[in-house]
Every structure is written in C-alpha cells, then in structure tokens.
Design a protein around this ligand. Sequence first.
Ligand code: FES
Length: 344
Amino acid sequence: MTTHRVTVQPSATVIHCRSDQTIAEAAAEQGILLSIGCDNGVCEICRGEYLDGDFIFRNSLGEALLNSDNQILCCVAQPQTDAEIFMSDVHAPNHIPDVTLACQIQSVSPLPGNVWQVELLAPAGKQADFWPGQYLLLTVTTATGEQTLPYSIACAPGSISGADSRRIELHIAAGSDTANDVIQFLQQALTVKVTLPFGDCIVHPDFLRQQAGKPLLLVAAGTGFSQIKSLVEGILALEPERELHIYWSNRQQDGFYLAELPVSWAQQYPNVHYHPIIEQHSAGWHGRAGWIYQVIHEDFTDLSDIRMFACGSPNMVYGTLDQLEPLGLTQDNMYSDVFAYAPR
Ligand code: FES
C-alpha cells in the first residue's frame, strides 16, 4: 500500500497517509489533532482548503465540496498522491509555538574552515524552547537593509541536555556576502532578534518511543553538521544506548570544523559510530572518500529498518535518497528540512 505525504499549511505539519486511509484516520494514528464531528462528510467541521494533489472520497459529499468550493473534507478524503491542504490551527504533536526573543550575543568565535561558532542567550527569565534538530530565524541589519535568515540550532535544548536552558549555539559558514554581513553584524551588535523554533526534522521522546530499537543514521554535509550536533546531543541525553551512525562529508579536510567532537562521542559511547568522509582522497587523509551514499552502501545491505536524518543541500538529500532506495531507504523513513523547503 502506497503512503503519501499530506502537508497541512501554514504549519507545514506532515501527515503520512496510506492511499486506503482518510486524512482524519492517518492524523489520529499519528496523534495529530483535527476537528472531527460526524466522520461522514456531513457536518463539514473537518474541511480544509485544497492546494494540491489527487484524492478519492469515501462518499460523494467529499467530491461535491471539492468541485463546488475547492474544499477537502478530511474525514472522507483519501490522498492518492502527495498532497497539500490549508487548515489553520493544525499542529503536529509536540509542537512548540514560535516566539521572538531579543537574545544577547555571548560570543562569535572562529573555527577551522571559515566557520564561526555563535553563542546566544535568551533574555533573563526566558528559555530557548525547541526540539533537537530545529532551526531559527535571525533578523540582522546589514548594508543592504534588514534581513531574516534561517540557521540550524547547533545544540540540544537545555531542558533535555541539562545545559543552560537560555543558550543557543549556531555554526555559520563565512564566504558569501550575506554570511559575511551576518557575522560582521553579530560581532558588532549586543543583541539580535531571534524567532524560534521551526522545522519538523526533530527528535523528541515520543519519536524515540515510536522508533524503538531502530538504528538512526545521521548524515551531514558541511555545516549541516550543526543540525546533526543538536540531534546527537538530544538523542544521547534522552536514550544514550541508541545505535547511531554519523556520516559527515566535506569537500576538504578543513571542513571538519569540530573534528574532535564526533570522535569523542564514538569513544564515549560504544553504540555511536562515526564516519568522516571527503569527496576525493587527498594527501594526509586516512579516512573514507567518495559520495555519502557510496560509503553508506559499503556499510549496509538493507536500510528498510533504519531511520535517517539528512542535513545538507537538496541535491545531497535527494541524491542520497535516490541512490539508496534500492537498499530500502524511503522518504517516509528519512527526515530532512529539505522536504519542506524544496519539495520536488
Ligand atoms: S467530520 Fe463531519 S464532515 Fe468531516
């Protein structure tokens, strides 16, 4: 039976729905709360605006409302493709409402590979509330005006890790005009406007319970490692015995801007396996080389029972998915922000 992704806007909540299920049935299985009344296409309390996708309906009322008002009745609509609808006030379980905070800029420190480590503090009396793997929006003023830019949060929340619950860590790669402007702003300003949290590529206790016993593959390219760091810190705090395989790929050796950190995880936890990868062998490199999917292919013959987090460009994420599909990897057992911001 095929499973489709129904994305509910504006929250970007994803409901994984089999083609023989209604949206309401799938949402109930996944703990996503929809307003349901008659459950038969009559009361229309479950209606959402149609945006995209193909549906069949349990009864003729659903098809009639789509044709007349462009509305989907979730209690009778069964998606036959990936689809998108609009329903306000629908959120995934464990949703944290976003807030905007004026955060203190604690430090802006250079790391190898032209990457900067930024430490922010939520205002006194507040805490930075997010799940491992989420991202935030920084609003900065540069020569070209005010800009709001997304960055992965590079630490687990203090409520899970036990660290300062006001602390936020970012890793910003310099090089582009925009990134250079952001770093310059952060070096000069005392506070910065932060809106968080965003993203559904996350780990929380319910996720670990639902995926009990399944190995987790965490795959990063470049500063995608920042999201992996947050996820790993969160997983090790919540379930330190979970089997983790970390693949971090860079073009060059100096791209491993926190090279010792994943090595220390692997030394401390026998269930953590770390694989640094560069795209082509070069002098002095004694690790692995090639594309990420090639290295994973060497390590696994069956990926149908794993769960993968992929943090990198759309090309990297979709390329890894496509190349590893013959081993059983699917978009349903893979999590990436790319699926939300660059759907194909
Ligand atoms: S719950 Fe009544 S129409 Fe869907």
